[in-house]
Design a protein around this ligand. Structure first.
Ligand SMILES: Nc1ccn([C@@H]2O[C@H](COP(=O)(O)OP(=O)(O)OP(=O)(O)O)[C@@H](O)[C@H]2O)c(=O)n1
Ligand SMILES: C[C@](O)(CO)[C@H](O)COP(=O)(O)O
Length: 243
């Protein structure tokens, strides 16, 4: 277990991959630049990370042609001075974007969160629970929720069901996923296989990954209906919490 996580001189960073196209959301600007309650989705995601007191560095991974636009967008939306915010160009797939974000982390960062820009409404309590679990010694932590639906595995050729995993053993995992920096860097330097999250790269190193409770409002804006839900959650927060 790395003792460095107890060193208060070392910082926690959040890498926010935001370079995706948002094809499943339908035609329009890159997903992270579309708005929710009049504010770009990316700005919501950056604020969600900055709200966690432990997060002192944020690296936004922007669409390659949109780095200057994203920098300007963040500058206009008045983010806290206490957080260092960098913007770098992303890659073709999510893994490339995360790797490019990790590459520019300052040396004094020992804990790294990876958070999808596409999860703009993650509550601060979820972010803090992930950081705390890493600071307590876990090398990799993911927020996860039990599933509401039964899940089937399917033969992609015939569409026949090949199995029904026991639902109680499954979790739908969200972000931010939190890591000991060296473990995450090793995973990104070693694993070349296509994966859909960072924790699965760490799993391939044989490192245990801990699940902490996720949150319903940390859902990913992926399809048009998700935007409807996100607008409703945001409107409720603005009306009741002065969000
Ligand atoms: N080349 C890529 C692809 C994805 N992402 C980011 O990874 C997160 C999760 O990806 P997803 O929700 O799948 O976003 P998109 O790739 O934009 O969606 P789609 O597959 O519908 O195009 C998003 O914040 C997205 O911006 C990224 O930084 N770089
Ligand atoms: C990282 C992630 O959000 C965890 O659920 C998810 O795997 C991203 O998947 P996507 O296909 O890139 O949206």
């Amino acid at each position: 277990m790395p003792t460095s996580h107890k060193d208060t001189n070392l910082r926690t960073a959040a890498v926010i991959p935001a370079a995706g196209r948002g094809l499943r959301l339908g035609p329009g600007a890159p997903k992270a630049l579309r708005t929710l309650g009049g504010v770009p989705i990316l700005v919501h995601a950056v604020r969600a990370m900055a709200r966690a007191r432990a997060v002192q560095v944020i690296v936004v991974v922007a669409p390659p042609e949109g780095v200057a636009e994203v920098r300007a967008l963040l500058d206009t939306h008045g983010l806290p001075d206490s957080t260092d915010i960098m913007v770098v160009a992303g890659g073709d797939v999510r893994q490339d974007s995360v790797r490019l974000g990790i590459a520019v982390l300052p040396e004094d960062v020992d804990v790294v969160l990876v958070h999808d820009a596409a999860r703009p409404l993650v509550p601060v309590e979820t972010v803090e629970a992930v950081v705390e679990a890493v600071r307590a010694g876990a090398l990799a932590v993911v927020p996860g929720l039990p599933l509401a639906d039964t899940v089937k595995s399917v033969d992609p050729e015939t569409c026949e069901v090949t199995g029904t995993p026991q639902r109680a053993l499954l979790r739908a995992v969200q972000t931010p996923q939190g890591f000991d920096r060296a473990t995450l860097a090793k995973a990104h330097a070693t694993v070349t296989q296509d994966v859909t999250d960072d924790a699965s790269m760490v799993e391939q190193l044989g490192v245990p990954v801990l699940v902490v409770p996720g949150h319903e409002e940390a859902f990913k804006v992926t399809r048009p209906l998700d935007l409807v839900l996100a607008e409703a959650v945001l409107a409720r927060r603005r009306a009741t919490d002065g969000y």
